[in-house]
Design a protein around this ligand. Structure first.
Ligand SMILES: [Zn+2]
Length: 314
């Protein structure tokens, strides 16, 4: 059975307008639109505009990229019964989501920038990438879980793990697509740059670890989580016992360090309060590096000045 493929009418309108931008006013598209302005009834006029955009959307082949990516996905995507393609207002908002309703009915919503959809050269790689994420989620062997476990260190550490997890999965997705010739080799450079930012604690082994993800077979979801939570241990660069020892890694900035704040248990109340505002799960016994301690000393003195009931700084 062929799945439903639906496009949000606003996305259709914007993508068609962008694809035909800069055409002479005599172009049939503009002539057809001009005629519609004469329709008095607003509902009828809107319907007529929608029809024109939908016709040009087909004529320009703007649905071809997603159709092709779905076809390339083959059996891995066969359980999706409905695809909805909607517009995104920013790169951050673009992406895909899988919805599993009762029974086996699965729907996917893909959000894409109208400008990306209007340009076939950008749209095809975009859909290939997004649909491979969906194929991973649908593959029971990946053991996907929609929620990552939360860290005892609180939301900032959760965000860090989430960011690392996203980059790992993206590197694996793009690596597989590059190997299949579905994405250009340049993607590797961009992935490596993102990986370097979030995995700088791997030091001179960063590139080697990156290649294990980019060139290797897709790991399980739980392996991505382990790599995102404790990169040095999960990549096998450090023994778990060593990394768990608080003397090796600052729980706040996440960087390995030997320079720990000696007076972590005796920090002034305002300093530990400032730390807990950012890391609610932090306790003095966890320690912190000297650099983080200095940052929070400065922050707490600023907070002291901002809080009217607090004593003035000495
Ligand atoms: Zn630190």
């Amino acid at each position: 059975m062929k799945p439903d493929l639906e496009f949000d009418p606003r996305l259709v309108e914007e993508a068609v307008s962008l694809a035909l931008k800069g055409l002479a006013r005599k172009h049939p598209f503009h002539r057809e639109r001009e005629k519609v302005y004469a329709v008095v009834d607003p509902e009828e006029r809107d319907r007529a505009f929608r029809d024109i955009h939908s016709r040009w959307f087909q004529k320009l082949g703007l649905a071809n990229s997603v159709r092709r990516a779905i076809q390339e996905g083959g059996d891995a995507l066969s359980s999706v019964s409905r695809w909805l393609i909607a517009g995104a207002i920013s790169v951050r908002q673009s992406g895909s989501e899988l919805f599993v309703a009762e029974g086996t009915r699965r729907s996917v919503v893909v959000r894409i920038l109208p400008a990306t959809l209007a340009d076939g050269a950008q749209a095809l790689p975009f859909f290939r990438r997004e649909l491979l994420y969906i194929a991973d989620m649908l593959d029971s062997a990946f053991e996907y879980q929609p929620r990552l476990p939360s860290s005892p260190l609180g939301p900032p550490e959760d965000r860090r793990v989430q960011d690392r997890y996203s980059v790992l999965w993206r590197c694996s997705v793009e690596g597989r697509l590059v190997r299949n010739g579905a994405l250009p080799m340049e993607c590797r450079t961009r992935c490596l740059a993102q990986f370097r930012i979030l995995f700088s604690s791997l030091g001179n082994r960063t590139k080697e670890c990156f290649d294990r993800i980019f060139r290797g077979p897709r790991p399980l979801h739980s392996v991505f989580v382990a790599l995102a939570t404790e990169p040095e241990v999960a990549f096998g660069l450090q023994r778990r016992s060593a990394s768990r020892r608080r003397a090796s890694r600052c729980p706040l900035c996440g960087f390995p360090t030997t320079d720990f704040e000696p007076g972590a248990r005796d920090l002034p109340f305002l300093v530990s309060r400032a730390i807990r505002l950012d890391f609610p799960g932090w306790k003095a016994e966890m320690g912190l590096c000297r650099q983080c301690a200095d940052v929070y000393r400065v922050l707490s003195s600023r907070m002291t000045r901002g809080v009217p009931c607090a004593p003035p700084p000495v």
